[in-house]
Design a protein around this ligand. Structure first.
Ligand SMILES: [Zn+2]
Length: 153
């Protein structure tokens, strides 16, 4: 059985994050997973206990956007203006995540930083998914607000 993941200081980015990779030393942020994958490849031992890093392979739907993860911010940062180093453009991706391009992977939902999307998803696919998200979400939100205001009165 896998050991449970714990919150801790990521050996790569230094953030207080859920540690899942490279013997529970790296978080699931893109560059940290990449570093963990490199460590795994270099060590090439004890791999069974290690979770292979997985990256976004394709997008079914984009479910949301965020510019920071409050979980990663300490109390002071949470109540103050977001600094540029804490500003991270992420999308909630409902899609296929895989260890490599040849891996079929699995369906999942995960917050993904935009640099991972740019590197792993083809430009037309990413543009299409983002366009679809921006147009449908903007329209849906206005409709939902109108519906809520009508039912409230
Ligand atoms: Zn990290």
């Amino acid at each position: 059985m896998r050991r449970p993941y714990t919150l801790g200081r990521c050996a790569c980015c230094g953030g207080n994050r859920l540690l899942k990779y490279a013997k529970r030393t790296h978080c699931s942020r893109y560059r940290c997973q990449k570093a963990a994958a490199a460590l795994l490849a270099a060590a090439n031992e004890d791999a069974e206990d290690d979770l292979a890093p997985t990256f976004a392979k394709s997008i079914e739907f984009i479910l949301g956007q965020r510019f920071c993860d409050p979980e990663e911010l300490n109390d002071e940062k949470r109540r103050n203006i977001l600094s540029s180093s804490d500003f991270k453009r992420c999308y909630l991706i409902d899609g296929i995540f895989a260890t490599s391009a040849s891996d079929d992977g699995f369906r999942g939902k995960r917050w993904v930083e935009i640099d991972e999307l740019v590197e792993k998803i083809s430009e037309p696919d990413l543009d299409t998914a983002l366009d679809r998200w921006m147009t449908t979400v903007a329209a849906d939100t206005k409709e939902e607000m109108a519906r809520l205001r009508n039912t409230a009165s």
